[in-house]
Design a protein around this ligand. Structure first.
Ligand SMILES: Nc1ncnc2c1ncn2[C@@H]1O[C@H](COP(=O)(O)OP(=O)(O)OP(=O)(O)O)[C@@H](O)[C@H]1O
Ligand SMILES: [Mg+2]
Length: 256
């Protein structure tokens, strides 16, 4: 198993108030899957990706990545692990504006001292070509379209040859057609190279491109699905309606 999330909870303190972002999450991610994390705003998608991506640590529970327990590590340890094992793709692309596409892809490789300059350049060319931007290496982000910027970000994530690629709403800042093309590109790369992708979204059309889905609600997994056909999902876990806690719908008259 590539990732094992065991009974993970995450609380944030907002002033004196604890806010539960994730509550007792259990999840296995197999190598090579193309997985969507779905759920409404505030359901915990980004929190879960950040925990798997070692950007943050759980309040309780354990996370194993490729057999290594990453839950109890120091920030330095996590940064090292992240730099070598995890590729990130962000909603806002997060490219460095003063660097060219090539330099953006090359940037995370600079920490790999074992790579020669020539190897590094080869890798940059290889991954820019994979995302269809062989001719755009010299362009800076502001000279590229949104879809092209996201493709640079995908090349940058792949270039470190990570164990897993995490994408937090990668299509949210793209029009639907461009977003669908980006998702298809990610899926093609997944099929061709076996790279594992986990991405969050609340767009149903994007969810239907995944082959695994995890549905979050209020910090809990309410459904786990495996895709059977184009718009058909088989659910391994489906929480019964009765289990939903609708107490929160009650509006206190004093609040109005
Ligand atoms: N740094 C933080 N401090 C306090 N509360 C936080 C923090 N980050 C997230 N939360 C809270 O945790 C819950 C889950 O947030 P999260 O960002 O994971 O949701 P999300 O599913 O990614 O939402 P969206 O679709 O809007 O991006 C929310 O209630 C949010 O307010
Ligand atoms: Mg989010």
């Amino acid at each position: 198993m590539l990732v094992r999330v065991e009974n993970v909870s995450k609380q944030y303190m907002v002033g004196e108030q604890p806010v539960t972002a994730l509550n007792r999450i259990n999840l296995n991610i197999e190598e090579g899957v193309f997985m969507a994390i779905a759920g409404p705003s505030g359901s915990g998608k980004s929190t879960l990706l950040n925990l798997i991506g070692c950007i943050d640590t759980p309040s309780s529970g354990k996370i194993h990545i490729a057999g290594r327990d990453v839950s109890g590590r120091t920030p330095d340890d996590l940064a090292r692990l992240r730099g070598r094992s995890i590729g990130f793709i962000f909603q806002t692309f997060n490219l460095l504006p003063v660097l060219s596409a090539e330099e953006n892809v090359e940037y995370p490789l600079l920490q790999f001292k074992e790579l020669s300059v020539a190897d590094r350049r080869d890798r940059v060319r290889h991954y820019l070509k994979m995302v269809g931007l062989a001719d755009f290496g010299r362009h800076r982000p502001n000279q590229l379209s949104g879809g092209q910027r996201q493709r640079v970000a995908i090349a940058r994530a792949l270039a470190i040859r990570p164990k897993i690629i995490l994408a937090d709403e990668p299509t949210a800042n793209l029009d639907h057609r461009t977003g669908a093309r980006i998702l298809r590109l990610m899926r093609r790369i997944n099929r061709k190279t076996g790279a594992t992708f986990v991405f969050s979204t609340h767009d149903k059309r994007v969810i239907d491109m995944a082959d695994r889905r995890v549905d979050l609600e209020d910090g809990e997994i309410v459904r786990l699905g495996v895709r059977k056909a184009k718009h058909e999902w088989g659910f391994a876990l489906e929480r019964a309606e009765d289990d939903y806690d609708d107490d929160e719908e009650t509006v206190d008259a004093a609040d109005e």
